[in-house]
Design a protein around this ligand. Structure first.
Ligand code: AMP
Ligand code: MG
Length: 351
């Protein structure tokens, strides 16, 4: 229940969608349910109520399945794979996980190893393989070093048809930075199969919108990483996803320092390259999710090159001083909702 309450707070704090015209509200059907540790909020437009209900029910089933199958610490499909990978033996991988591995392997490479779902052992060591946030203390330095030096990577997972084998015993899969996005893409596909063409699937502020949303465009609120409410809003056009990664989502404080859940695979520590939050606007949700995590780790000095390598064209990064870094195309889409607006550093174009 506490988790549910917290998720609602996050949902409200992200501001979500404003600007619905009255007549649109009548044609919008909205359902919420809990999955992947957050509230999934499905809004469907322009269908009759029966289809909207059926669509929401279908998505609820999908996300319930994903919640169990792709979780890195509850027993389930991924849990079984994680038990078998360190043995070094070949085994049959579940068809629901194989595409996640294949797609995120590409993204790991493009991100220069910043997005790396094979570092599950590090994430567990930091205490984030739990439904509740860890309390600290931080793990021992030599344990962290040992796991970093083992260099776990999805490139260590050999895939032959449906057969998997890891050549590195320290590979443990954690799709926490990717599953939400991948799941939202599947949900959108499923909605389209059902005949729904106008919808928003929103998981705790990370979302994908398809189709039209009435006469007025939707504005999506981007949560302020250090204050209540939204820092900026963005207009969504047609089929687009908005994903944010931040150091405020899951963290613990220890001796006055913040230890958050986005781990830099190269240091083994929570990423400390100067980011507070990163928002990515992109057409599909899976890539947006992976990119937001990778660009957070890249930080103000390197985000631009990593975004290019990952094919991302809209980025907003807030740094530790509260300065916002954006590419010009993103700056055109962003409207600040705080006064005074933050200092903005514009980069070169991304495309
Ligand atoms: P996100 O909120 O999308 O940035 O995802 C953060 C979650 O992804 C964490 O809670 C971890 O489960 C996982 N994670 C942390 N660091 C990484 C990383 N460098 N690469 C991939 N997944 C990560
Ligand atoms: Mg992510």
């Amino acid at each position: 229940m506490r988790r549910l309450a917290r998720a609602f707070v996050v949902l409200l704090a992200t501001g979500l969608v404003f600007g619905l015209a009255g007549c649109e509200r009548e044609r919008a059907h909205n359902e919420k349910f809990l999955a992947l540790g957050t509230i999934i909020d499905v809004t469907v437009y322009g269908t009759d109520e029966k289809l909207a209900r059926q669509a929401a029910e279908t998505l609820r089933d999908d996300f319930e399945y994903i919640h169990v199958a792709w979780n890195a610490w509850h027993p389930g499909t991924l849990g079984r794979i994680n038990q078998l990978l360190p043995t070094g033996h070949a085994f049959t991988g579940s068809p629901s996980i194989l595409p996640l591995i294949l797609k995120s392997r590409e993204l790991e490479e493009q991100s220069g190893g910043r997005f790396n779902p094979a570092i599950g052992n590090l994430i567990a060591l930091w205490g984030f393989h739990s439904d509740e946030p860890p309390q600290g203390p931080p793990p021992a330095e030599d344990e962290i070093r040992r796991l970093v030096e083992a260099k776990p990577s999805l490139a260590d997972v050999e895939i032959d048809g449906v057969t998997l084998r890891s050549i590195n015993p320290e590979v443990k899969l954690d799709f926490g930075a990717f599953a939400k996005g991948y799941g939202i893409d599947l949900a959108v596909e499923h909605l389209r199969e059902l005949g729904v063409t106008n919808a928003i699937v929103n998981a705790g502020g990370d979302l994908r919108a398809i189709g039209r949303h009435g006469t007025r465009p939707w504005r999506i609120g981007i949560r302020h990483p250090r204050a209540e409410g939204v820092i900026a809003s963005i207009e969504i056009k047609g089929d687009e996803s908005v994903f944010t990664s931040g150091d405020y989502e899951r963290f613990f404080m220890w001796e006055g320092r913040r230890y958050h859940h986005i781990i830099d695979p190269h240091s083994g520590y929570p990423a400390d390259n100067g980011s507070t939050s990163v928002t990515v606007l992109h057409h599909n949700a899976a890539e947006a999710d992976a990119a937001a995590t990778a660009l957070f780790i890249a930080g103000p000095a390197h985000w631009h090159g990593v975004a290019r390598a990952m094919g991302i064209r809209y980025v907003m990064l807030m740094d530790n001083d509260g300065t916002v870094h954006m590419n010009p195309a993103m700056a055109e889409r962003i409207r600040f909702e705080i006064d005074p607006a933050p200092t903005v550093v514009l980069s070169e174009e991304l495309s």
